[in-house]
Design a protein around this ligand. Structure first.
Ligand SMILES: *[C@@H]1O[C@H](CO)[C@@H](O)[C@H](O)[C@H]1NC(C)=O
Ligand SMILES: *[C@@H]1O[C@H](CO)[C@@H](O)[C@H](O)[C@H]1NC(C)=O
Ligand SMILES: *[C@@H]1O[C@H](CO)[C@@H](O)[C@H](O)[C@H]1NC(C)=O
Ligand SMILES: *[C@@H]1O[C@H](CO)[C@@H](O)[C@H](O)[C@H]1NC(C)=O
Ligand SMILES: *[C@@H]1O[C@H](CO)[C@@H](O)[C@H](O)[C@H]1NC(C)=O
Ligand SMILES: *[C@@H]1O[C@H](CO)[C@@H](O)[C@H](O)[C@H]1NC(C)=O
Length: 543
């Protein structure tokens, strides 16, 4: 019997009142977007384009001055039928807020957050606690999240401040009341990586930024650098919530990878962080997909441009898409892609956004599944999900992908998609408009033309901080698709999902005072929630 299953029966004996029926409502948002990070959040949020024009601000919540909500809010319906918004901040404060009224129902600081002065990183936030978006297990009414905290003088003298004294915990809290689940939090520090025993997981040298993923009983989290300081290396941590077994997989492993036992040494661990501008790790329901930022590479030592097949073992990956699988022998790399023209030291940078696993309606003539990556190099890569492309596997040493689309600017954060009405993907670059690409045809035997430009918004984005496209529909009805994006200055923007004569038609939404960088709006029952540029949680809707 699994741990959680054990707890459920334990509580069942202790209290006949508390049942663990699935309280989830169709309009809930229990993870950041969807499991594939495709950006399509479905048709069950009771939002149609015609009602958007009648939206008004329903309520807002102001937080403490130093709190930042990089973690996106989640929406969940409790056993009582009350829908709540669950928030988590850099001050390690979590809250449940009534989704209809904005009343704060419960609030709790789970652990002291760590001061960012130790990493000269106060531009991100004064203190660092929770940054990655939590994930809810609806079966248990429980939310999981990683919180950065510290133990004074734990490893080195100097109280709380040295990064070496900070650590990460995986918390599990009941959404009704926000109390800890028995035997949680789990500390995740001080253990070696599965694929390189020299590399000890030290939470103080890392930052957990991508939204969490759960596949079955396993919670996955990506870790990258903390303002690029220290001897870090990128890590995926996989925690089985029933067995409490923890796997750690580093992006830079083996004898050819950099290692330093001087924790202050810049890039001493080879870097290769997983940050994705906060976008979640994605999954097809089995394996896990993500991107890796700049760091070492297998071609460093011999400087070759020799092609490398995607499904070969690699110890060291940077500027890459990776697909991993959790097996009885730990985490295994299944496949990877690195652009032929990557610049591993320059932050070129495939790691600046997540990887999207598209809905199965997007398929090639050969019935291949499709995944999409974007990059700071202004390219959008359309991948065969089961053959990501390796390195220089295309003709004449080019990229072995289905299609490469030159977009209008750097992309920080990934794409969104709309699987209905023929199918579209959306990319939102800096200094450029939002752009929609139409899925041409599954029967198109030439993969080169899978997606073609269909329309752009009339106004351009600011240079940076714009959000990842998120798409809703009303029960999947034709004409009901809406693309939502955030802009750090203009706030929340919405467009009809299907462009008209080459233009993405803007919908009127109430003015929000800017938006948190790289944010996404979050959807409940007929309502939209967003963290604005002043750090407030704002609810928009008709009623
Ligand atoms: C936020 O809510 C308060 C009431 O709680 C209201 O006075 C204020 O106008 C709201 N802010 C905005 C920007 O609408
Ligand atoms: C960084 O230094 C610490 C302290 O010696 C060490 O335990 C850890 O394994 C190092 N990490 C990497 C990735 O080199
Ligand atoms: C060097 O090049 C070979 C191919 O010639 C490749 O297999 C290998 O991964 C490269 N890197 C190292 C560290 O040997
Ligand atoms: C590959 O390079 C050769 C020689 O430069 C050229 O003739 C050929 O057209 C190229 N093939 C492709 C698919 O680009
Ligand atoms: C097939 O792809 C080509 C581009 O290679 C495009 O011009 C054409 O419209 C597509 N055909 C269909 C039926 O979508
Ligand atoms: C789109 O363009 C066509 C041809 O110019 C025109 O007939 C049609 O009215 C336009 N549709 C819209 C909605 O502007």
């Amino acid at each position: 019997m699994g741990f959680f299953k054990g707890i459920v029966s334990f509580i069942g004996v202790a209290s006949t009142v508390q049942t663990f029926a699935n309280a989830l409502a169709p309009s809930d948002t229990y993870r950041d977007a969807d499991i594939g990070q495709s950006g399509y959040v479905g048709g069950d949020h009771n939002i149609d384009p015609n009602s958007v024009s009648q939206f008004k601000q329903l309520w807002n919540v102001t937080f403490k001055p130093d709190e930042k909500h990089y973690a996106k809010p989640l929406v969940y319906t409790l056993q009582s039928g009350r829908q709540i918004v669950f928030t988590a901040s850099t001050e390690n404060i979590i809250r449940s807020i009534d989704a209809a009224t904005g009343e704060v129902i419960a609030e709790r600081q789970v652990a002291p957050p760590w001061s960012m002065t130790g990493a000269s990183c106060e531009t991100v936030s004064k203190n660092m606690g929770i940054m990655g978006t939590p994930i809810i297990y609806p079966d248990y009414d429980v939310a999981f999240f990683f919180a950065k905290s510290y133990v004074e003088d734990f490893r080195v003298p100097g109280g709380a401040a040295p990064p070496m004294n900070s650590m990460y915990y995986l918390y599990a809290v009941y959404l009704d009341g926000l109390q800890d689940v028995y035997k949680f939090p789990i500390p995740t520090d001080d253990m070696p990586a599965d694929n390189d025993a020299r590399k000890i997981f030290l939470g103080g040298l890392l930052l957990q930024q991508p939204s969490l993923l759960h596949v079955g009983d396993v919670v996955y989290a990506g870790f990258g650098g903390l303002c690029d300081s220290f001897n870090y290396t990128g890590v995926v941590v996989a925690v089985n919530i029933n067995t409490r077994w923890i796997n750690r997989w580093v992006t830079q492993a083996g004898p050819s990878s950099l290692y330093s036992d001087d924790w202050t040494k810049w890039h001493g661990g080879g870097a290769g962080g997983i940050w994705q501008a906060g976008m979640g790790l994605s999954s097809d329901g089995q394996d896990v997909f993500f991107t890796i930022d700049n760091g070492g590479s297998p071609t460093d030592s011999n400087g070759t441009t020799t092609p490398i097949a995607g499904k070969t073992h690699q110890d060291v990956l940077s500027e890459s898409v990776a697909r991993i699988k959790l097996t009885d022998d730990g985490v295994q790399l299944v496949d990877f892609f690195r652009p032929y023209d990557y610049q591993h030291g320059e932050g070129q940078d495939l790691g600046s956004g997540g990887f999207s696993v598209l809905d199965p309606v997007f398929t090639t003539g050969e019935a291949k599944r499709i995944g999409v990556a974007t990059s700071k190099n202004s390219k959008m890569y359309i991948h065969d999900l089961d053959n990501l492309g390796g390195y220089r596997q295309g003709a004449n040493g080019s990229d072995g992908v289905l299609q490469t689309i030159q977009v209008d600017g750097e992309v920080i954060g990934g794409i969104g998609s709309y699987p209905l009405e023929g199918g579209y993907i959306y990319v939102n670059p800096g200094n450029a408009p939002l752009a929609a690409y139409r899925f041409t045809s599954a029967s198109n035997s030439s993969s080169a033309g899978l997606f073609a430009i269909a329309g752009k918004s009339s106004a351009a984005n600011p240079h940076s901080g714009v959000g990842i496209p998120t798409i809703t529909s009303k029960n999947g009805d034709v004409g009901s698709g809406v693309v939502w994006i955030t802009d750090p200055e203009k706030g929340l923007l919405a467009f009809k999902a299907v462009p008209v004569n080459g233009t993405l038609v803007k919908l009127t939404v109430p003015k929000v005072e800017g938006a948190e960088k790289y944010g996404r709006p979050v959807f409940g029952d007929g309502r939209v929630y967003i963290i604005d540029g002043k750090g407030k949680l704002v609810a928009l809707g008709v009623k």
